[in-house]
Design a binder for this molecule. Sequence first.
Ligand code: ADP
Ligand code: MG
Length: 397
Amino acid sequence: MNIHEYQAKALLRSYGVPVSDGRVVFKADEAKSAAGAMDGPLWVVKAQIHAGGRGKGKFVEASAGEKGGVRIAKSVEEAADHAAKMLGRTLVTHQTGPAGKTVGRIYIEDGSDISRELYLALLVDRVSSRISFVVSTEGGMDIEEVAANTPEKILSFNVDPVAGIQGFHGRRVAFTLGLEGKQVKQCVDMINKLYKVFVEKDAEMLEINPLIVTTDGDLKCLDAKMSFDSNSLYRQPDILSLRDESEEDAKELAASKFDLNYIALDGEIGCMVNGAGLAMATMDIIKLYGAEPANFLDVGGGATTEKVTEAFKIITSDPNVKGILVNIFGGIMRCDVIAEGVIAAVKQVGLKVPLVVRLEGTNVEKGKEIIANSGLNVIAADDLKDGAEKIVKAVKG
Ligand code: ADP
Ligand code: MG
């Protein structure tokens, strides 16, 4: 689960990590008093969306020369004006995809005087199963670009979870970043705190780009992007309360409410499968026959008719879906339950695209009978290959 910059900064602040003073604004008429709560002389007005690259982003239907999602203001009035102009509009950055994201919240922040922009991130390194630091002097820009063109400018190291974070980690970061004097102490302190918040809150990723050295020579986090392990949210109620459902894919959100493992993709063939492995194999074989899956969906082992109906509704709500492949191997899941779910769903939402159903396993005969007697226009398939071939043919001709 992702959170907004202002929420991440509030969390960091609560751990004693240096961030700027700021106020979040949901409506344009709140902007003036929010900006007025800070002394200036510089305000930074920042669109809050779950994506980076806002500064270089572009608003849809931007006027000529209009600035992106991070704007500097020199007065309270100007800050309020920027906020009013950004709220409710769609911001496109290299991380949002071409559709962009609607700006529903603005963060108005105290402007900093920047001497250097650095890069710092913590993430879970899946290879070593440890928390990894990624550090670079090349902050403020695309770290992917730095990694591609000048990888030697990136330092990365893991932390032993038993020994935990140590002073030498912070000093290593400080020397890599060329920090001096009081900054070294600040850096060690910051690294300890970032590691602490990361572990205690079950974070998956914490990216500070840029981490800055101010003209006064102090370290400060100027941007913060943070995401958390969704499987740990049951024990992180304070993090869960930061969830902004408007940032999430509507289909994925609906799926999560019914405990379905669904991930939206860009293809044209909707998939309803039981078991993550079979779902992956189904996506592969669809590609093999020349089409693209519209989603990953594992309905799980103990799905009910109701759950299958919801899954079907989610798949058909995707306008890109030109055909649906149901591929069920009934083990714990019974084929007749799936068949009933599919029929109930089709009766509720209608069927405007071809539907191929492949059933195998427990109660398969009963399942096939239910579908055959339903009077619905369903194409039956015998095995995985047959199912994939038939749905691709039905969609692509
Ligand atoms: P994004 O990464 O989404 O573009 P950032 O928060 O990193 O957004 O802001 C982009 C740039 O704007 C930063 O690299 C920095 O130069 C500038 N900036 C952001 N916040 C402030 C601030 N509080 N004071 C001064 N400059 C800022
Ligand atoms: Mg940034």
